[in-house]
Design a protein around this ligand. Structure first.
Ligand code: SF4
Ligand code: SF4
Length: 157
């Protein structure tokens, strides 16, 4: 499915997630499926939670016990292939990378979008973080319905 459409299957997506009982705190999800020479996710993590190994072409592997959900790898990935997610009651709290204009603002309601580009619900903007070291990649914290855990990928106005 990934090769034909560029969209990973649900079963492939789930291989990148920890068990849901680990998501009481935010964890990094690396949606990186192609072996390419790239490793900023690994080198940027201050907790050594992402391993690629000696062969830079290998896929990143997250140690969910080490990951604090800080989000540094999210804006460090040049492919915008990482987000963090935590579950809080009936909501999923994502931190996603975002580079388009206009920028979202706190408390706005945007559309939640899936990997096919389809609108699947509402996304409440909770935080918008942009520090100089992020090199113009916003870190946007959004709250969506918990049922969208494996479907949500980004927002649109
Ligand atoms: S969210 Fe933070 S701790 Fe977790 S893998 Fe990314 S950089 Fe490391
Ligand atoms: S930085 Fe992003 S694209 Fe590069 S290996 Fe890590 S997850 Fe994949």
């Amino acid at each position: 499915m990934l090769n034909k459409t560029g969209v990973p299957s649900l079963s492939l997506i789930k291989t990148k997630f920890p068990e849901q009982n680990k998501l009481f705190k935010a964890k990094a999800i690396t949606e990186c499926y192609e072996e390419i020479p790239c490793n900023p996710c690994s080198t940027s993590c201050p907790f050594e939670a992402i391993t690629i190994g000696e062969d830079i072409n290998k896929l990143p592997v997250v140690d969910f016990d080490k990951c604090t959900g800080c989000g540094i790898c999210v804006y460090s990935c040049p492919g915008l292939a990482i987000f963090t997610v935590a579950l809080k009651k009936e909501k999923a709290i994502f931190k996603i990378p975002y580079e388009l204009l206009p920028y979202p603002k706190v408390d706005e309601t945007w559309k939640a979008v899936n990997r096919d580009g389809l609108v699947i619900g509402e996304a409440i903007i909770k935080k918008v973080i942009l520090k100089p070291k992020q090199d113009r990649t916003l870190l946007v914290e959004v709250e969506v319905d918990k049922n969208l855990l494996y479907d949500f990928i980004t927002i649109k106005e």
